[in-house]
Ligand binder design. Structure first.
Ligand code: SF4
Ligand code: SF4
Length: 362
């Protein structure tokens, strides 16, 4: 068995069992054991700046059920945000003067209020990001979704862990690669991803093992060359994300005795300058119940924001979280290792001399 086959075998094994939080795998318990290993941390204290982005998980319904999915989304999940919370999002966008609404799931497009929320947010002048799995664009009942996204100038961010059919299908399920290519063609035909187009199409890469992602710019060049040459596909940017030692990936690390070496790798590559741009400083994450978290990773680990008076979306109608402490743990080293990592990819390009000076005030 090749190393990568062993890795995917583990993922398949974990997928079967990890629908149930706290389930034991071998000697390990999913989630709880990684939290215990992460919570005692020497990661520096960081505080919030002005809120610019609201990241919303609309629910766990998805047309796919990928082995690596951190929320175990599938066509059978029923957890979905209520219409009342969707209305509350719109009020918070106004109250907090938020620039960007970042929609995720599950497949956020499958939420019955997705189009309502997008249309209303765009009418407010808010930039909307759709974290799209691409295959949803080809599903029955969603044939008009790509056109809707284009009409509303929604930014599309799509996971594309590799440009080879074999690797993508292993990670996301049989047919995922072909479905993704069809979805990308559909978006390209509408103008998404073209040079000079205002229809933004960005792709997301993450390593398939316990390594740091390669240089984002170089990898982006490789992706652009391969996808253009073999599939006539264009896109704007590639975001190279670092795998977090949590949830299924954390459990795989534990099962393979790689957890501590991987943490050592993240810590050995710590770059203090990345602290200025970690996404939690300007983004807040909301789950389908309206509960607030400092980031999507903390949402997965169920680590709430430290300020007990601001733990629900409704609290943002009357309170500003700027200046609040951020809930940190050892997984935060995943955001600061090497070139840095966030929902928008590597951080290092964002770091200016002024920002580096700012580190002393964190
Ligand atoms: S497409 Fe995304 S949300 Fe859906 S199962 Fe796959 S990883 Fe999870
Ligand atoms: S893991 Fe979350 S809280 Fe920690 S640095 Fe990264 S974005 Fe911030």
């Amino acid at each position: 068995m090749l190393a990568c086959e062993f890795f995917f075998f583990n993922l398949l094994f974990l997928r079967y069992y990890s629908c149930f939080r706290g389930t034991t795998i071998g000697f390990y318990t999913i989630n709880e054991s990684t939290i215990e290993l992460l919570e005692h941390t020497d990661f520096p204290t960081i505080k919030r700046r002005a809120l610019t982005t609201l990241q919303v998980n609309m629910g766990y319904l998805c047309n796919m059920s990928c082995v690596h999915c951190h929320v175990a989304a599938s066509p059978y999940r029923t957890e979905m945000m209520s219409r009342e919370l969707v209305e509350l999002i719109l009020q918070v966008l106004v109250t907090q003067n938020i620039e960007t609404l970042d929609l995720t799931g599950g497949a956020p497009e499958m939420h019955e209020d997705f189009k309502y929320l997008v249309t209303a947010a765009r009418a407010l002048g808010v930039t909307v990001i759709d974290r799209c799995n691409l295959t949803i664009l080809m599903e029955e009942g969603f044939e008009d979704m790509a056109q809707f996204l284009a009409d509303n100038e929604v930014e599309v961010v799509a996971s594309m862990p590799c440009y080879s059919l074999e690797n993508v299908d292993k990670q996301r399920g049989k047919g995922a690669f072909d479905g993704s290519i069809l979805g990308l063609h559909k978006l390209n035909a509408l103008g998404y991803g073209k040079v000079g187009s205002n229809l933004t199409l960005n792709l997301v890469y993450n390593p398939q093992g316990a390594t740091l992602p390669p240089n984002q710019k170089q990898l982006e060049a490789d992706y652009k060359h391969e996808l253009k040459e073999h599939f006539d596909i264009e896109f704007h940017q590639l975001f190279a994300l670092t795998n977090m030692p949590i949830q299924r990936f954390g459990a795989v690390l534990l099962a393979k005795n790689q957890f501590h070496p991987y943490m050592d790798l993240l810590k050995a590559n710590y770059v203090a300058a990345n602290l200025t741009e970690v996404m939690c400083r300007s983004t807040i994450s909301v789950n389908w119940l309206g509960e607030l978290f400092d980031c999507d990773f903390n949402q997965q680990l169920e680590i709430p924001v430290p300020n007990k008076s601001r733990r629900h979306l409704s609290d943002l109608l009357t309170q500003n979280p700027a200046g609040d402490d951020i809930a940190i743990a050892d997984h935060c080293y995943g955001c600061t290792a090497g070139q840095g990592s966030s929902c928008g990819g590597a951080l290092e390009e964002e770091i200016t001399e002024q920002a580096i000076e700012e580190i002393s005030s964190i």
